[in-house]
Ligand binder design. Structure first.
Ligand SMILES: Cc1cc2nc3c(=O)[nH]c(=O)nc-3n(C[C@H](O)[C@H](O)[C@H](O)COP(=O)(O)OP(=O)(O)OC[C@H]3O[C@@H](n4cnc5c(N)ncnc54)[C@H](O)[C@@H]3O)c2cc1C
Ligand code: SF4
Length: 329
């Protein structure tokens, strides 16, 4: 590990000022991803700015929306009674990730900005365009079981590893930022980029911008929601495929509204907008669920080891929607 200095920021402005003064600095949340990357020599910050003293409150507003401080621990978010009731798929997505010990350390901001788990990204001896632009990509012809089937490019086929972000994508959350030129907000759906020819640029964040909070708008029908993660081991493994879904079915048994997002499929949390559009107004049943899954996965492309994920994604979408339909009966 390289030599680095450490400072603790009392508030967001102080954190941004510290970062501005040293552009080779990194913000430190729980450190559960950053410190691993420093050990592997992938990240080499000269300074760590500890931001765990920043707001960590979960504020419920009168309209049912939530404002969640970026320093909130994953465990606290998953355990919040209102979230468990109003947004069960958010609580379940967090509990499907990592281990209890890691969730106790990990923060909401860090979870959103955690980096891909592509094994070649962590291996200094491998070719990786994300780690070193123009170096090549060893995953394309290598072990690519966990890699992308949607939105990938010839430069990078990595996936975004966060479970929580899949539920946040379905909820259409907003990310609040503080940076050297002021505050702004971006939709979570726009925060992460597809790889294109610059997989090293992963988000829309500007230099030294800090995530200060996440805002979740009200979504009353999310009470009927769930998160399913398909993985190689029952716990402590990243998603091959995951699905976050919420559904609103009218008295005639037709889909009035639906939210659907996928994990483990792309360089970013993947909101399944085409499937949502295909479902609205249709009878809530296996036939329309399958048709919507087909539409969403129509452009999916498999690699040597991960072609099975295309059918797996379709079946998981159908199974999750069918489970939710049954819950409302
Ligand atoms: C063994 C293992 C298994 C795991 N399994 C899963 C899993 O199944 N699913 C899953 O979703 N996750 C999994 N994780 C990842 C874990 O959830 C992340 O490591 C964690 O969420 C990162 O949070 P952190 O606060 O520790 O981030 P850090 O490691 O502190 O930071 C990560 C990145 O975010 C930046 N950052 C942190 N906070 C902010 C902020 N507020 N503003 C701007 N930048 C910021 C840091 O500079 C750094 O670049 C696993 C991790 C491990 C080690
Ligand atoms: S898939 Fe992306 S992260 Fe993995 S080796 Fe290729 S360029 Fe690097």
């Amino acid at each position: 590990m390289n030599v680095f200095t450490y400072d603790q920021a009392p508030d967001a402005m102080a954190a941004v000022d510290l970062a501005k003064a040293n552009t080779a600095s990194k913000y430190l949340g729980g450190g559960t991803n950053l410190v691993d990357l420093m050990r592997e020599g992938v990240e080499r910050p000269e300074m760590l700015i500890d931001i765990t003293r920043l707001p960590a409150e979960i504020e419920l507003r009168p309209d049912g929306s939530l404002l969640i401080g970026a320093a909130t621990k994953n465990t606290a978010l998953a355990a919040d009674p209102y979230i468990r009731l109003a947004f069960p798929f958010l609580a379940r997505s967090i509990l499907a990730g990592a281990s209890a010990q890691i969730r106790n350390m990990a923060t909401v901001g860090g979870n959103i900005l955690q980096r891909t788990r592509c094994r070649y990204f962590y291996d200094d001896a491998a070719r990786c365009n994300k780690r070193q632009p123009q170096a090549g990509c060893d995953a394309k012809d290598g072990f690519n079981r966990y890699h992308a089937i949607l939105g990938a490019s010839s430069s990078c086929v990595a996936t975004h590893p966060s479970d929580m972000c899949v539920a946040l994508a379905a909820l259409d959350a907003t990310v609040h930022l503080e940076g050297p030129v002021g505050s702004r907000s971006v939709r979570l759906l726009d925060l992460h980029r597809l790889p294109g020819d610059r997989p090293d640029i992963e988000t829309q964040l500007q230099l030294n911008e800090l995530i200060t909070a996440i805002e979740i708008p009200p979504l009353p029908f999310a009470r009927r929601s769930t998160y399913r993660k398909v993985r190689d081991r029952a716990s402590y493994a990243f998603a091959l495929i995951s699905v976050a879904a919420a559904i609103d079915i009218d008295d005639a048994g037709k889909v009035r509204d639906v939210r659907l997002a996928l994990g483990g499929v792309a360089h970013k949390p993947w909101r399944a907008l085409k499937a949502e559009e295909a479902l609205i107004g249709e009878p809530a049943g296996l036939e329309s669920f399958r048709a919507a899954a087909e539409v969403e996965l129509a452009t999916a492309v498999g690699l040597r080891d991960n072609g099975f994920k295309i059918e797996l994604a379709k079946r998981t979408i159908v199974a999750v929607l069918d489970e939710l339909k049954g819950e409302g009966a």
